[in-house]
Design a protein around this ligand. Structure first.
Ligand code: 13P
Length: 252
């Protein structure tokens, strides 16, 4: 069976401050992706920078959005719909990032977004992760609940358009990533949850890790944590570091 490609995603969040910087960063990353054989790379800029960057999108370099409205159109001031995104070469959408869940996004809303994004022909990066780890392992139920509700009523045939990004909240924006050993346990757990839920369709689903990823821990997180790739925040804004992470992942 052909080994599926790794995936490295850069979530720029509300950065950078100008279109000029956004272009420079995206162009540098794109240049570095030439010749990659085993890895796809996605950058997710703020909405305003997506349109001027679409001309760069060409495999293995893709564009992603950080959010999408599940309605195709209508009176939703300030929102951007999944149809508007898919119309201009956006291939991935981050859904249910913890920073958006904190702003009030419910499991139900996140599920609607997942269904809209995959139905619109794009790939949904469904973010899940616990706030804290307790010693009795309750956080596993929490992760399971987020995955189950996020994938509710998603047709099995569409599951190859869903990527699960595991991002423990305590590691996001921190100087404390998860240990590869703990990540391995969690990735095994997530694979089991997906298998129970989706049967063999889960075989095509990728699991990413996010939370304080840098060029020092990237290799071990992917290799020893046994995940398909990474969702990178801060380090995706520094082209040199992000490119190093991409190359490390591609060499695994
Ligand atoms: P950091 O890599 O800055 O910890 O952010 C992770 C993240 O939230 C990616 O979506």
């Amino acid at each position: 069976m052909k080994k599926s490609k790794k995936l490295v995603v850069g979530n720029w969040k509300m950065n950078p401050q100008s279109l000029d910087e956004a272009k420079k960063l995206a162009q540098a990353v794109k240049r570095a992706t030439r010749g990659l054989k085993k890895t796809d790379v996605v950058v997710c800029p703020p909405f305003v920078f997506l349109s001027p960057l679409t001309s760069l999108s060409d495999s293995p370099f893709f564009l992603g959005a950080q959010n999408a409205n599940y309605e195709a159109q209508g009176p939703f001031t300030g929102e951007v719909s999944y149809t508007e995104l898919s119309d201009f070469k956006v291939d991935y959408v981050i859904v249910g990032h913890s920073e958006r869940r904190k702003m009030g996004e419910s499991d139900d809303l996140i599920n609607k977004k997942v269904r809209a994004v995959v139905g619109g022909g794009m790939i949904a990066i469904l973010c899940v992760g616990e706030e804290a780890r307790d010693s009795n392992g309750d956080f596993y139920n929490f992760i399971k609940h987020q995955i189950t509700s996020g994938l509710k009523d998603v047709s099995k045939k569409m599951l190859d358009r869903v990527v699960v990004a595991y991002e423990p909240l305590w590691a996001i924006g921190a100087r404390e990533s998860m240990s590869p050993r703990d990540l391995l346990e969690t990735s095994i757990f997530i694979k089991k949850v997906l298998k129970d839920l989706c049967g063999t369709f889960s075989d095509s689903m990728k699991i990413l890790y996010g939370g304080d990823v840098d060029r020092v821990n990237a290799d071990s997180l992917v290799r020893d944590g046994n995940v398909s790739g990474l969702l990178v925040g801060r380090e995706s804004l520094r082209s040199k570091d992000f490119i190093e992470i991409i190359k490390l992942v591609d060499s695994i």
